[in-house]
Design a protein around this ligand. Structure first.
Ligand SMILES: Nc1ncnc2c1ncn2[C@@H]1O[C@H](COP(=O)(O)OP(=O)(O)OP(=O)(O)O)[C@@H](O)[C@H]1O
Ligand SMILES: [Mg+2]
Length: 306
């Protein structure tokens, strides 16, 4: 693949805590064993996230977003190979090679998985899961924890708190589950929340509402975000910086508001042109990636964006 300059995300908004980025990744490679060797899902990735910074990781299906995010989180399965020149969180270097040991939670890091039901335990009520998280983050009585759990539900827009606290995840709608999941992730007061496709199961208006909520809560609590998504436009609106992946490599990175101007890779430029502009005065037929002249050859021509 041609070399493309990858500017780092915009300098983080500093909130007065540690100097330097909260998360720093350099030279991260993820490989999975296949019968005749290894399939490299992420190649030589670099990114950094500042304190309070909200970063979106975007790219088409199979581009390596989840592999990168879960390697950072330390949740890749035992057969994966993770190597890096540098992987440091909150100033502490981390060894993320799953072969080095069993995956365990990293203090200060919370993860929302691609499917809401994976993040929530189907056996326990939302209330008991939420109070457990609250009590593990702050020493408080059961009664206080229930009160904080109730407050978190209100913050994520679930006002029927009595019912939600008693409900098991499968008794809630998809949108309610997604909100409960955000409450669960943020109630532990993480420094960094990694959310893998937090809105993929929702319709367009709910996706927007959940992204807006996530951005607002992260801003209020000073939590840094790494949001994995394939929705480049939604991310452009709801993140400070964007990292674009294509075929396992980071091909563009920089401030979200300037991506249109700064994107250098034909994939990113093509993708941006395929998204409808609601302000456009005259309706015109949208290009798809197979009609956009991306200049990266037949490989990309296979993909079309709905
Ligand atoms: N456990 C695994 N074993 C072998 N190959 C894997 C494994 N997990 C992912 N892969 C491969 O790695 C590549 C990247 O997958 P990954 O799930 O990281 O992509 P993604 O960008 O998150 O895709 P999506 O948008 O569909 O979630 C794909 O080719 C996938 O088939
Ligand atoms: Mg994924």
């Amino acid at each position: 693949m041609t070399e493309h300059p990858v500017p780092g995300p915009r300098p983080a908004q500093r909130l007065g805590t540690p100097a330097g980025p909260l998360l720093e990744v350099r030279g991260l490679t993820v490989g999975y064993p296949i019968p005749d060797g290894e399939s490299v899902a992420v190649r030589d990735a670099a990114l950094s996230i500042g304190v309070g910074e909200q970063v979106a990781l975007v790219g088409e299906s199979g581009s390596g977003k989840t592999s990168l995010a879960m390697a950072v989180a330390g949740f890749l399965g035992g057969s994966a190979r993770v190597t890096s020149e540098l992987l440091a969180f909150d100033g502490v270097p981390l060894d993320r090679n799953p072969r080095a040991g069993v995956a365990r939670r990293t203090p200060g890091m919370a993860v929302v998985f691609q499917d809401a039901m994976t993040s929530l335990d189907p056996v326990w009520s939302v209330g008991s899961q939420l109070t457990t998280v609250v009590r593990s983050a702050t020493r408080c009585s059961r009664r206080e924890a229930t009160e904080r759990a109730r407050e978190w539900l209100v913050r994520v827009g679930l006002t029927d708190t009595r019912r939600v606290l008693r409900s098991r995840p499968y008794e809630l709608s998809g949108g309610m589950r997604q909100r409960a999941m955000l409450a669960l992730a943020l109630a532990g007061a993480p420094k960094l929340l990694i959310a893998d496709e937090p809105t993929s199961a929702l319709d367009a208006s709910l996706s927007r509402a959940v992204m807006e909520l996530l951005q607002q809560l992260a801003t209020d609590t000073g939590t840094s975000l790494l949001i994995v998504s394939h929705d480049i436009r939604l991310c452009q609106e709801f993140s400070d910086a964007m990292v674009v992946m294509y075929h396992g490599e980071i091909v563009d990175a920089g401030p979200s508001a300037e991506l249109e101007r700064t994107a250098t890779h034909p994939y990113t430029r093509g993708l941006l042109r395929c998204v409808p502009d609601l302000d456009a005065r005259h309706a015109h037929r949208l290009p798809t990636l197979d009609t956009v002249d991306t200049g990266v050859g037949a490989e990309l021509v296979r993909t079309s964006v709905a």
